[in-house]
Design a protein around this ligand. Structure first.
Ligand code: CA
Length: 223
């Protein structure tokens, strides 16, 4: 899952980037509205955290421009406590959620998870596929009740496949969703991650759709 943080307060931005990175998201960042708007128009984010008071272009204008341009990714706005009218305007312009500053990082991460879930149609923070379970709140993965250890990138791949269970996910889509913008990308590593995941969770859970990509299935259901 890939997230964009648009926030001009450097301290807060770095805290957000670190916390989201620790939680398993690939994170891009912008410190002004112009760069943020451009990234949101050109990169495929699963969620954006958007501050409203931004240099160059303010957050509400950025949001308005994204929605006018058909960009539908979930947007969580950060607003100051006393600016209730901004929240209303933000929601009316198509924001999905808001958090008031100052906030607890735990609450923000929970809201990020909830909004990503809503857009991918999952009701619970524990994603399940047969006896494979991935807890998006704790990062724990269980196979048949037994915890398995995954590296950060193996987790990112499995997390994305679990969120999109049953659907074919192409290699290029995986690459765009597990790496931040400035990360060197090598499509061969996806095959390596898939190979390792198959060994750890069971080979028949990830089906290769020739020429198209991968699909996470529940072998007990026959796909
Ligand atoms: Ca600001």
């Amino acid at each position: 899952m890939r997230v964009l943080v648009v926030e001009d307060d450097r301290n807060l931005r770095e805290q957000l980037v670190a916390a989201l990175g620790d939680a398993g998201y690939a994170v891009d960042q912008a410190d002004n509205g112009e760069d943020g708007q451009f990234l949101g128009e050109t990169e495929p984010y699963d969620l954006v955290i958007l501050d409203l008071g931004l240099p160059k272009v303010d957050g509400l204008t950025v949001l308005k421009n994204w929605r006018a341009g058909g960009r539908a990714m979930p947007v969580l706005i950060l607003s100051a406590r006393d600016r209730w009218s901004e929240k209303v305007e933000g929601l009316d312009l198509g924001a999905n959620d808001y958090v008031t500053k100052p906030f607890h990082m735990g609450e923000l991460l929970a809201r990020v998870r909830a909004n990503v879930r809503r857009t991918t149609d999952h009701a619970s923070s524990v994603l399940e596929c047969g006896d494979l379970q991935l807890n998006t709140a704790t990062g724990q993965v269980l196979v048949n009740g037994q915890p398995i250890k995954l590296t950060a990138y193996q987790y990112k791949v499995l997390d994305y496949l679990m969120h999109h269970r049953g659907r074919i996910v192409s290699r290029s889509e995986l690459i765009e969703k597990i790496y931040a913008q400035d990360h060197e990308r090598d499509s061969n590593t996806i095959e390596v991650f898939i190979g390792i995941l198959r060994r750890k969770i069971g080979a028949d859970r990830i089906v290769t759709e020739k020429g198209l990509g991968y699909r996470l299935v529940n072998p007990a259901e026959g796909g």
